[in-house]
Design a protein around this ligand. Structure first.
Ligand SMILES: *Cc1c(COP(=O)(O)O)cnc(C)c1O
Length: 360
């Protein structure tokens, strides 16, 4: 069996050890004679799997006790509407900052429910920057402040938590959660689709502070109501049990790697290697301002875009998959999440070096 290096932005690579464990337990979970996929979500076994996953995630992120952790469906995209529906309360406006494609989608959805105060936008730099803090127009009357911690498509990342006073801070961390430690107590709500850095698609995690529960508008669909989901342990209906189990295996794997500080060290080193190679080359380029470069998603272009197809074809043949940039921006993109090892980054750099030698 040959496993390739997978640089997919999502659904993304999973740790091989996790897949092996899932394989070993596929038919018979711990001597119970059935697969996790076949268990009632209310069985003692599944409840123990669910609780262990939550406990491990709480440990990894040091989530304070006054936060609920919800294991939901619908992807991060469903949260674009769940957030205004649940958090606006009697307020009519929310702050959003536009740093790329995912912020734009969150903003478009929020506009269906409230006035969006656009705190800042990086549209003028083609989303290669984060708007400077001194230009932000933060509204103290806003119900919350929303930002996309890491723009998966543009490769732009906030490396500091924005200071927004008393307004609850809400963050889409889909493509950066678990890449490093984060001070959860600074946030009102954190959400993430699982298929980047947590597990398989089909699961969405919401970490929400207790005081933000119970504010949902009457029209909020029951399934999107945080209070209902919290009251029911995320089992108001059948949750994505197998994805939840796999996420639990990933949390366990991260703990075995030494937790989030260890992940951060590896991730920073991986990203620094690739960026410094790109910067030293006249053949490759990354458009993002240095201080806002993502650790997880690294877009790059070739000096001659006519070579893009050949680059991707030869990369494929060399076992380096899914390097095509998002259809909205073109070029290439290497997504180097937790499960993409330093060996993958080394192999990519070797290939890029060789390709440049032959075509530069
Ligand atoms: C992938 C992604 C989304 C969309 O996630 P879905 O689970 O497909 O809805 C939203 N925001 C960010 C930052 C993403 O990377």
């Amino acid at each position: 069996m040959a496993r390739i290096f997978n640089f997919c932005a999502g659904p993304a690579a999973l740790p091989e050890a996790v897949l092996q464990k899932a394989q070993a337990e596929l038919l018979d979970w711990r001597g119970k004679g059935l697969s996790v996929m076949e268990m009632s979500h209310r069985s003692a076994e599944m409840v123990s799997i669910a609780e262990q996953a939550e406990a491990d995630l709480r440990e990894l992120l040091a989530i304070p006790n006054n936060y609920k952790v919800l294991f939901l469906q619908g992807g991060a995209s469903s949260q674009f509407s769940a957030i205004p529906l649940n958090l606006l309360g009697d307020k009519t406006t929310a702050d959003y900052i536009n740093t790329g494609q995912w912020s734009k989608k969150a903003i478009a959805e929020a506009k269906r429910y409230c006035d969006v105060n656009l705190v800042g936008t990086a549209e003028d730099t083609n989303f290669s920057t984060i708007p400077a803090v001194d230009g932000w127009s933060v509204n103290s009357e806003a119900a919350y402040f929303h930002y996309t911690a890491n723009e998966t498509i543009g490769g732009v990342e906030f490396h500091d938590i924005p200071a927004v006073g008393d307004v609850p801070l809400v963050s889409d961390m889909s493509s950066t959660i678990l890449s490093r430690p984060v001070d959860v107590s600074k946030f009102g709500l954190i959400y993430a689709g699982a298929q980047k850095n947590i597990g398989p698609a089909g699961l969405t995690i919401v970490i929400v502070r207790d005081d933000l529960l119970g504010l949902a508008r009457d029209v909020t669909p029951t399934m999107l109501n945080y209070q209902v989901q919290a009251d029911n342990g995320s089992m108001y209906n059948t949750p994505p049990t197998y994805a939840w189990y796999l996420a639990g295996l990933v949390f366990e794997w991260i703990k075995e790697q030494g937790g989030l500080s260890a992940m951060a060290e590896i991730n920073q080193r991986k990203a620094a290697k690739l960026y410094s190679f790109i910067d030293a080359s006249a053949f490759y380029a990354n458009p993002v301002e240095e201080v806002s470069r993502s650790w997880m998603n690294i877009p790059f272009t070739l000096a001659n875009s006519e070579l893009d197809k050949q680059f991707l074809k030869e990369a494929d043949e060399s076992g380096l998959l899914n390097l095509k940039g998002h259809r909205s921006v073109g070029g290439m993109r290497a997504s180097i999440y937790n499960a993409v090892g330093e060996d993958a980054v080394d192999a990519l750099i070797d290939f890029m070096q060789d390709f440049e030698k032959r075509n530069g």
